[in-house]
Design a protein around this ligand. Sequence first.
Ligand SMILES: Cc1cc2nc3c(=O)[nH]c(=O)nc-3n(C[C@H](O)[C@H](O)[C@H](O)COP(=O)(O)OP(=O)(O)OC[C@H]3O[C@@H](n4cnc5c(N)ncnc54)[C@H](O)[C@@H]3O)c2cc1C
Ligand SMILES: NC(=O)c1ccc[n+]([C@@H]2O[C@H](COP(=O)([O-])OP(=O)(O)OC[C@H]3O[C@@H](n4cnc5c(N)ncnc54)[C@H](O)[C@@H]3O)[C@@H](O)[C@H]2O)c1
Length: 469
Amino acid sequence: MADEFDVVIIGAGPAGENVADRAVRGGLTAAIVEANLAGGECSYWACIPSKALLRPIDLMGEVGRMPGLTLGPVDVDAVLARRDEAVSHFDDGGQVGWIKSVPAEFVRGRGRLDGPKRVLVTAPDGSTRLLTARHAVVLATGSHAVVPPIPGLAEAAPWTSHEVTAAKSVPRRLVVLGGGVVACEMAQAMHGLGAEETTVLVRGGLLGKMEPFAGEFVAESFAEAGIVVRTGVQATKVERPQPGGPVTVHLSEGPPIEADELLVATGRRPASDDLGLEAFGLTGGRPVEVDDSMRATAITDGWLYAVGDVNGRNLLTHMGKYQARVCGDVIAARVKGERDDLPSMRDVAGAHGAPQVIFTDPQVCAVGLTEAEARARGFDVRVVEYDLGRVTGAYLLGDGYRGRAKAVVDERRRVLLGVTFTGPGVAELLHAATIAVTGEVTLDRLWHAVPSFPTVSEIWLRLLEAYGL
Ligand SMILES: Cc1cc2nc3c(=O)[nH]c(=O)nc-3n(C[C@H](O)[C@H](O)[C@H](O)COP(=O)(O)OP(=O)(O)OC[C@H]3O[C@@H](n4cnc5c(N)ncnc54)[C@H](O)[C@@H]3O)c2cc1C
Ligand SMILES: NC(=O)c1ccc[n+]([C@@H]2O[C@H](COP(=O)([O-])OP(=O)(O)OC[C@H]3O[C@@H](n4cnc5c(N)ncnc54)[C@H](O)[C@@H]3O)[C@@H](O)[C@H]2O)c1
């Protein structure tokens, strides 16, 4: 078996898989090393199972808003079974088959740098294999959930995104630590699937990285569903005397909370701690800084690249895959001595502000800059907002539809810097916003993109009217 390839990729998540695909399309040979399951976090413990758990909650909301429809009891086992199907029952045969069809060499084991362009792979049985890259090594190792150093927390063996997305049953009482995306999505999923007491502990507000109204809409929906959100509190100590038994969370103020399970959703750190990076002047556990072609800036002769969560740019599957397309194409061009600076060969989208959908009810989605970010960057900002419930297409979706849209405009160029929507079903509005923001379409041109009646997309017309067109 040849152990020399043009490109060796460590990590077969969505980012790593796409590097292999693009590099091979570019005429190179590639090997991809995976310590766990091909497909990565996204396929088994993140995007796919979380959205499988949230879809019924979405539908429950829809049914609840439509007079004449009655919601029957939820068959939780059926929902969990469909989630299990969605994660292929943790069998990566399909993904490995796809990698082989690229064709790329799939190597099961943990990869570690063993010198420039050398990756030592330790297989599950302890045997080792040295892979040599003729041209490039790409790190695509993703990220890990952070468990903050709160006394007793690690010892209490809390759930992280891994356990909650793979849950075999729904805890009756759940405490969620954190108020970001994982916390909001999973609190809602567990509560909607039967948790009776769900408490979210947040230091600031919910979804603090988004426009403030997004978190407020989600908080309102949580309150109506009976999810308790405690803001401005910190967990100070955690106790779980019996493994798997009740857990007690002590707080910076107020009485402690007892629950059957504790979910820690306090962010992620790059999976760069055991890759041998120190030998090359990089710090393990930190994001691997890259330029816009995904090449690690710290490596002088340019053989190391990093894509996806591990480079810390945008912790989103679609952004990791986008970076991977850039990376695979750039490496192929550089190997062949071709132009490596074509417009498609740089990360341009990241600088505009990545699109993201949060699959709560109401959904939250955004692209580009928030108002605060735009002002901080010194743009000449004007903001327009509109109540989505006043759009005919939204009214027709159900009674009591609530939502909001906000556009952040660069007054100097009359282009959109950012757009945020919140409301049921707004996810599908986002790509139009992404095109407008990334394409820097002027408002005067957008005016001629006529939204169909009666769709929720008429929000675009209302925003432009609110702007004064
Ligand atoms: C609960 C949750 C829900 C999410 N939902 C969404 C969503 O809806 N939409 C979205 O866009 N993003 C979502 N994300 C984020 C998304 O999961 C990540 O951005 C994405 O998985 C990153 O892809 P990646 O390829 O960089 O890394 P990963 O998917 O983490 O894959 C990295 C792979 O590398 C392997 N690996 C690591 N170290 C080594 C090593 N030394 N040797 C060999 N293999 C190694 C790992 O085993 C893993 O398979 C979610 C995240 C979480 C936690
Ligand atoms: N639908 C999606 O696109 C989706 C879904 C899930 C996750 N993700 C991605 O995964 C990444 C990780 O998500 P996440 O929710 O874990 O991180 P996050 O950064 O979105 O949120 C972390 C939250 O934890 C809080 N926090 C941090 N340290 C804390 C501490 N010591 N005590 C209490 N609270 C603390 C923060 O204030 C914040 O509210 C995100 O970057 C996100 O983009 C995306």
